[in-house]
Design a protein around this ligand. Structure first.
Ligand SMILES: [Zn+2]
Ligand SMILES: [Zn+2]
Length: 390
């Protein structure tokens, strides 16, 4: 099939090509596909290291002018294939930029976020519901780069598109409310942030049910916004909900020893696994924020227990990522917090064996000594563990 390369980035007429990333006048292009243009070497470089390789071939195909097939059926098939290719690029760009954002490399998220945004608008209309998520990604990318006013503009745009629809899927609403909350938080508009995170939690619960671990992050974020209202009880209640969800989730993985080493570059092929991996990465970020804010409260009586749970999460998280040095540090901190906390009654007894698995026999010893318990539970579990080891 003969293909003539034509430049899609070139609007009709005699206008110079535009940068794939920022839309400025282009001066250079990818030497391989020759259909992807950049304003500067900087934008070319950041795209080549963070995204372009994954789509170079596909973009060459999408942006090359194919000879028009003779039959109607072939024309339809061609159009379908083209749409599918664009859909693939969009999906990949969304996933890649999300991944960079969660890895806290916002600059690397720039090209893929912009390409997702452009591709979604090119495929549909500018205000189609499919444009909402890419717009949220661009907003988040600017937020992480510290450009709050650009983040706000894109967030407002995403909200504006959503208002054109009477009904939107929960999966889209949850993404929209999440970014609304994050941007309002950055703007220190706590009232709006709280409302957005409550809506975020509602959308996630409607989609997955209240038992799902994905409800953890909205709870945590809602708690953070409540803390800004000095609603400490409300904040703590939400923090505990998040911590319990994640401890249960990671422990169920721990039980079946799915301890996989973190893969730095490759992404899971399975969408569901990828989604949960993203949840885990974001949970780590939210727990870190929570830990910092909780420490600043200087209210040990109220916060020891949540600190303890967060530290247990961190122990499990580091185990999962295969970093024994960090495991030891968090373990010791968790034990120190456990020694101090007066809220042990709030740790249900059924959790003890589980916590013992995380923190070892030292934790149980502390617990029993504090509660003046005969060492029955300890003996039982130690025997059981011995039996397993033999
Ligand atoms: Zn540029
Ligand atoms: Zn290329």
């Amino acid at each position: 099939m003969s293909k003539r390369i034509f430049e899609l980035a070139v609007p009709k007429g005699n206008v110079s090509p535009l940068c794939e990333i920022c839309g400025n006048k282009a001066t250079t292009k990818c030497d391989i596909c020759r259909v992807t243009h950049y304003c500067t070497q900087d934008h070319k470089l950041i795209d080549s290291i963070s995204f372009h390789k994954k789509v170079c071939k596909k973009l060459a195909d999408i942006r090359s002018e194919h000879s028009i097939p003779f039959s109607e059926a072939d024309r339809i098939a061609d159009a379908k294939a083209l749409l599918q290719s664009k859909q693939d690029v969009l999906k990949l760009a969304e996933t890649v930029s999300k991944k960079w954002l969660l890895e806290r490399k916002a600059m690397n998220a720039y090209p893929s976020a912009m390409i997702a945004w452009n591709m979604s608008r090119e495929m549909r209309s500018e205000d189609s519901s499919e444009v909402i998520y890419p717009t949220c990604l661009v907003s988040e990318m600017f937020l992480r780069l510290g450009d709050i006013s650009a983040a706000e503009q894109y967030m407002v745009q995403a909200s504006w598109i959503s208002q054109k629809y009477d009904v939107l899927p929960h999966s889209i609403l949850s993404k929209l409310y999440r970014i609304r909350g994050l941007v309002f938080m950055a703007l220190k508009n706590w009232e709006q942030a709280r409302t957005a995170f409550a809506e975020f939690a509602y959308a996630v619960a409607s989609e997955y049910g209240i038992a799902d671990v994905r409800l953890g992050i909205p709870y945590g974020l809602l708690g953070l916004s409540l803390l800004k209202f000095d609603n400490i009880d409300g904040a703590m209640a939400n923090f505990h909900k998040m911590a319990d969800k994640w401890l249960d989730n990671l422990l169920s993985q721990y039980e079946v020893t799915i301890m996989r080493a973190a893969t730095e570059t490759e992404m899971a092929a399975d969408e569901e696994i990828q989604e949960l991996e993203f949840q885990f990465m974001e949970a780590k970020i939210v727990f870190e924020l929570m830990y910092e804010m909780v420490r600043n409260l200087e209210m040990n009586d109220v916060t020891d227990l949540i600190n303890f749970k967060i530290l247990c999460f961190q122990v499990l998280a580091e185990m999962r990522e295969g970093r024994p040095q960090a495991v030891i540090v968090y373990k010791e901190e968790a034990l120190a917090t456990a020694t101090r906390t007066k809220q042990d009654k709030a740790v249900p007894e059924k959790r003890i064996p589980v916590l013992m698995k995380i923190l070892g026999g030292d934790y149980l010893y502390l617990w029993e000594r504090k509660h003046n318990r005969p060492r029955t539970i300890a003996t039982k579990y130690l025997e059981r563990i011995k039996a397993i080891n033999v």
